[in-house]
Design a protein around this ligand. Structure first.
Ligand SMILES: [Zn+2]
Length: 79
């Protein structure tokens, strides 16, 4: 996670400028931890963060459970 001292905040690597500098103050930030992993794997995995999929699965499970509840209530109402 790139940290910008002048702006006193963290930046998502995707929000940085093309050369890896801060979009607000143009300070070149340390993106070594992202480059150290190397290759396209880091680039592709940083596009969609892993917690996005966790949230997606949890939402899918919740909505699926609500559908089951809805069907159950409908069945109880009929019989
Ligand atoms: Zn900055």
């Amino acid at each position: 996670m790139p940290w910008c001292d002048p702006c006193d905040r963290f930046y998502n690597p995707n929000t940085l400028l093309v050369d890896g500098s801060c979009p607000r103050c143009s300070t070149v930030l340390d993106v070594a931890d992202g480059a150290a992993d190397g290759g396209g794997q880091t680039a592709s995995s940083s596009k969609i963060p892993w917690h996005f999929w966790v949230v997606l699965v949890l939402v899918a499970l919740y909505l699926g459970w609500r559908v089951v509840q809805g069907i159950w209530l409908a069945v109880q109402a009929i019989f």
